[in-house]
Ligand binder design. Structure first.
Ligand code: IPE
Ligand code: IPE
Ligand code: MG
Length: 273
């Protein structure tokens, strides 16, 4: 299925070429996670109100989803609203929620037509009821799609995710379903909201800040990070390609030494030939 025109624009020949070069050059990350930051600063620089920045950011989301799907990324996790973002002024929060409802109403059909599944992680029951309802409907509609998962982190924080997992595990220990000796990394991973997906390979943060802001704390233990100085509303597919190109030059050693990684890769290549 090659149909993916969320922007209602035909893909240019130049873009097709760029994507195929990227695919030939190295591995495309299976799971890309993005901290979409800088909407407010973008707006301020342009003499607009903050919410204008959030609105402009929707175009970046669309272009990113479309290009990730074309490249063959399997999971795209977008940090859209953190637990701490509830502390923002009420007017900004309600404008953000309204924007979320509008975007879900407008984009879900297009996602579905393109075989993309929408998922959400976070305390979504804290969202206003209309928003929650739209989200559940979109998730239900797209539940069996297979091309790519767009995973929205909404009212999400890494510490919330870990705390919830620990509570669930404690309950299971209390009821005798789990014995304490069984608690290991694999078990903890299976109780996180991301249990159905691999850890992110590449984490992009826009807006130039060098911090994780309570995102996927456990899951990003060995994720490659890429900081983009552009504000989120300015982010487009070419910036994504730059991040993936950087990712492809990295050597992921997972605590080992270069020679071991090289040997492993060589052995793997011999098996597949
Ligand atoms: C990211 O942009 C969007 C959300 C956190 C909802 P910001 O709103 O944080 O923009 P800046 O960082 O203040 O520029
Ligand atoms: C991180 O951005 C959260 C999202 C992008 C949703 P913030 O703007 O909330 O992060 P801080 O406050 O600068 O760390
Ligand atoms: Mg910010």
């Amino acid at each position: 299925m090659e149909k993916i025109e969320l922007n209602n624009k035909k893909q240019t020949k130049e873009d097709v070429l760029k994507q195929s070069l990227l695919k030939e050059r190295g591995q495309i990350p299976k799971h890309v996670a993005i901290i979409m930051d800088g909407n407010g600063r973008w707006a301020k620089n342009k003499g607009k109100v903050r919410i204008q920045g959030h609105k402009a950011g929707v175009d970046s989301v669309r272009d990113t989803i479309e290009s990730c799907a074309q490249l063959g990324v399997e999971y795209l996790t977008l940090y859209a609203f953190s637990t701490e973002n509830w502390k923002r002024p009420k007017a900004e929060i309600s404008a953000l929620m309204k924007l979320l409802i509008q975007s879900l109403r407008k984009e879900t059909k297009k996602l579905n037509d393109n075989d993309i599944r929408l998922n959400a992680i976070g305390q979504i029951d804290r969202l206003p009821s209309v928003c929650y309802k739209e989200l559940i409907e979109a998730m239900d509609l797209t539940a069996y799609n297979e091309r790519m998962v767009v995973n929205l982190a909404l009212s999400y924080s890494g510490r919330w995710d870990l705390t919830r997992a620990m509570k669930k595990i404690s309950d299971k220990i209390k009821s005798g379903d789990i014995i304490p000796e069984e608690v290991n990394e694999e078990l903890i991973t299976s109780y996180l909201s991301t249990s159905e997906m691999p850890d992110p390979d590449l984490l992009i943060r826009t807006g130039g800040e060098y911090r994780i802001s309570n995102f996927l704390l456990w899951q990003s233990a060995y994720t490659e990070m890429f900081i983009c100085s552009k504000y989120w509303p300015e982010f487009r597919r070419n910036d994504l390609y730059t991040a993936i190109e950087a990712y492809q030059t990295r050597e992921r050693r997972y605590g080992m030494i270069s020679e071991q990684i090289y040997k492993e890769a060589k052995e793997k290549a011999e098996i597949t030939v």
